[in-house]
Design a protein around this ligand. Structure first.
Ligand code: C2G
Length: 137
C-alpha cells in the first residue's frame, strides 16, 4: 500500500487541480489531501472564496482522493508523513525545491503545473464580468 500526500487550498476547483490530483494518485495506492484551513490561508496571504468545509466536501468527492486532513501550519508535513506512513509527497512545480527537506522521509515529486488556469485568474474574471454587468445595467 503506497501512500501519497499533497497539500493545497484547492479553492474554486478547476482542471489544474484535477490534473494534479489524478497524477498524484497514479503514483500510489491511496491519496491524502492536506487541505489548507481558512486560518492557514490567511497565513499564506491567500483568501479563498470557498470555506474550508465547502472545499473539503468538494475534494472528498473526487475519485482520486481517499482522505482529506486539515493543513493548519507549514510545519506539519514531517509529522503527517510519519503519522500516515506516507511514501510520496507530491505538489506542483511552482513549489520546486521548497519541500526537499522531506526527502529524508519519503520520495518528493514536483509535478508540472497545468498552464493557463488558476483560481486567482478565475476570481479576477468573475470580478471583471460583475463590473461589466453593472456598467451595462
Ligand atoms: N496546481 C496546478 N496547476 C494549476 C494550479 C494549481 O498543478 N494551474 C496545483 C498546485 O501546484 C498545487 C495544487 O494544484 O500543487 C493546489 O494548488 P493551490 O490550491 O494553489 O495550493 P497552494 O496555495 O500552492 O498550497 O503547504 C503547501 C501549500 O498549502 C500549497
Amino acid at each position: 500500500m503506497k501512500t501519497v500526500i499533497t497539500y493545497g487550498t484547492f479553492d474554486v476547483l478547476h482542471a489544474g487541480h484535477i490534473n494534479l490530483l489524478r497524477r498524484a494518485r497514479a503514483l500510489g495506492d491511496r491519496l491524502i489531501v492536506a487541505l489548507s484551513t481558512d486560518a492557514f490561508n490567511t497565513g499564506k496571504h491567500k483568501s479563498a472564496l470557498l470555506s474550508y468545509d465547502n472545499r473539503k466536501s468538494v475534494i472528498e468527492s473526487i475519485r482520486y482522493v481517499d482522505m482529506v486532513i486539515p493543513e493548519t501550519c507549514w510545519e506539519q508535513k514531517v509529522t503527517d508523513v510519519q503519522l500516515h506512513g506516507v511514501d510520496i509527497f507530491v505538489i506542483g512545480d511552482d513549489w520546486q525545491g521548497h519541500f526537499d527537506f522531506l526527502k529524508d522521509l519519503c520520495e518528493v515529486v514536483y509535478l508540472p503545473r497545468t498552464m493557463g488556469i488558476s483560481s486567482t485568474e478565475i476570481r479576477q474574471d468573475m470580478r471583471q464580468n460583475e463590473a461589466l454587468a453593472r456598467l451595462e445595467s
